[in-house]
Design a protein around this ligand. Structure first.
Ligand code: ZN
Length: 94
């Protein structure tokens, strides 16, 4: 059964485990008995696959502090080889 979050104004937030069919908008607070309203938070992202969670964390971190790069990642810094064949000098230039 899923866990639902509720908030009581004087007491704070609490969770209730119940069937989806029994979910009501207003639930009595277990401490004071006053009606509490349901809250909607983030789903259980921590139960995701570690690789997916790492990718989501990296994406969120990159949105605030993007990594500054000085070259295209994954390419070598070796310059384009220059040919020494004399026939290549006669080729049209762009
Ligand atoms: Zn309460």
């Amino acid at each position: 059964m899923p866990t639902y979050g509720y908030r009581c104004s004087p007491c704070g937030e609490f969770d209730v485990v119940r069937a989806m069919a029994e979910t009501a908008k207003v639930t009595p607070c277990p401490d004071c008995g006053q009606p509490a309203t349901r809250t909607f938070g983030t789903p259980g992202l921590r139960s995701l696959d570690p690789g997916v969670r790492r990718a989501l964390d990296t994406g969120a971190r990159s949105a605030e502090n993007p990594t500054i790069v000085s070259s295209v990642p994954g390419r070598s810094r070796r310059p384009t080889p220059i040919t020494r064949d004399p026939r290549h000098a006669k080729l049209p230039r762009p």
